[in-house]
Design a protein around this ligand. Structure first.
Ligand SMILES: [Zn+2]
Length: 430
């Protein structure tokens, strides 16, 4: 299971994590070719989509080639399943070979072969889960995949897994106490709820509990909360990015906690959601996923609707896969300005980090052939040096969002309504 590399025994879950860039490219291209060939032959909807787009499987031999294939979205899956039940033509194995079926809102039926899901364990392994750990899994075990898949992945790491499911805060607390639980799997919000409740019950969390590590998915972990958990409660934290439809954890943090390594069981593209074209490192776009280890589900280019970017710099942990930089929003929240996507959450990160700003709004207009971006600002502190603030915001905005603000306007208090959109795109009306 664990492999040795450069004396770092026990560090990596498998050899895929430390492939060279050339080996990875070759590996993924080969897997992709096999996946596309298989899906085209066995999943009727894949053949239909390829034929309609005038693409043959033989034309899809590299990740770059995927641009020729239309993106499939969750709404397509749901619609297709309604018209052609139960799997909408996406099943690429005989129905009797399906081990289990997950159900997500829609409803959407997701057929899974358990043999195909081992790689979840990588994420828990990187977070430090090992034999000897006793872990509560607080994700639901009903209908959706998280409970049972994470449970099996924890077992693959050798840990003891307790199927707690959601809710029941006080039973979770008692279990953690009685069984000397060392690991938590769930959302950051729920872990904080547990800690707060335990404190209200009179416990000293550090003294009375054995919790050492926590693994999160389902919501991004805010930096402030991470700091609280790690510094005040000495809980090592790790998070992963998981999406239900393509079958799981797509990227995961190592102990560097600086971006999430992409798993080699998927081909992950960051694309312009409007054109489907792949974007270079550090540019924000939609995460599009093709599982290459799940033969059962003919899902080629699944559009997640989540916006992120990736970096290619080597990670000190030794894992060689590129890293996702975090989820910055949904495709619906992103506005394209001079070819770059600007997402409200990123703008907020820059603008509201200044203590003297109380509210802001970005307005995008067209001036001739050019997109122009105006940042409107309401000040908390009227005495602030406006020129200095504007220069500073402009610089940091450009660093993070990679596009320059054209005008910064200081507006009077109340000029931006309380319930306001962070980014307003006025180009459609011009
Ligand atoms: Zn790393």
């Amino acid at each position: 299971m664990a492999v040795m590399s450069g004396g770092k025994q026990d560090e990596f879950f498998d050899e895929l994590e430390i492939m060279s860039a050339e080996a990875r490219e070759k590996y993924l291209n080969q897997r992709l070719s096999q996946t596309v060939d298989h899906a085209y032959r066995h999943a009727p909807v894949v053949k239909e989509v390829f034929d309609k787009a005038g693409v043959s499987p033989a034309q899809i031999r590299t990740i770059k080639d995927l641009e020729k294939v239309p993106i499939v979205r969750k709404t397509d899956l749901i619609e297709r399943q309604k018209v052609n039940p139960p799997y909408g033509g996406f099943l690429a194995i005989p129905p009797e070979d399906v081990d289990r079926v997950f159900i997500s809102p829609g409803p959407l039926y997701e057929p899974i072969q358990t043999a195909a899901i081992k790689w979840f364990a990588k994420s828990f392994w990187a977070a430090g889960f090992r034999k000897g750990d006793v872990v509560i899994n607080t994700f639901t075990y009903h209908m959706s995949p998280a409970g049972i898949l994470f449970h099996e992945a924890l077992r693959d790491c050798g840990a003891t897994a307790i199927p707690m499911g959601t809710g029941n805060t006080e039973i979770q607390i008692q279990t953690m106490h009685d069984l000397k639980v060392t690991g938590f799997v769930g959302t950051p919000t729920f872990l904080m709820t547990i800690i707060k409740r335990a404190e209200e019950m009179g416990h000293d969390f550090r003294r009375d509990f054995a919790l050492q590590r926590a693994w999160f998915t389902g919501e991004m972990l805010p930096a402030s909360l991470r700091k609280t958990l790690e510094e005040n409660y000495q809980i090592a934290t790790a998070q992963a990015y998981a999406v239900t439809e393509p079958g799981g954890a797509i990227a995961y943090e190592c102990h560097q906690k600086s971006g999430m390594h992409l798993m080699d069981e998927y081909v992950v593209e960051i694309v312009d959601p409007e054109t489907g074209k792949q974007l270079p490192p550090e540019e924000i776009g939609e995460i599009v996923v093709t599982p290459v280890h799940n033969k059962g589900w003919g899902l080629i280019r699944f559009g997640t609707g989540d916006m992120s970017s990736y970096i290619t710099e080597p990670c000190p942990c030794g894992r060689t896969a590129c890293r996702l930089t975090g989820i910055v929003g949904r495709t619906g929240d992103a506005v394209k300005v001079r070819g770059m996507f600007v997402v409200a959450k990123q703008a907020e990160e820059v603008v509201l980090s200044s203590k003297s700003v109380s509210r802001f709004q970005i307005v995008v207009r067209r001036s001739g052939q050019r997109d122009e971006m105006t940042l409107k600002i309401e000040l908390k502190d009227e005495a602030v040096d406006r020129k200095k603030l504007a220069d500073d915001l402009n610089k940091r905005f450009q660093n993070l969002c990679r596009v320059k603000i054209d005008h910064i306007e200081f507006v009077e208090k109340g000029a931006i309504p309380e319930e306001h959109q962070k980014i307003v795109d006025e180009r459609a009306w011009e």
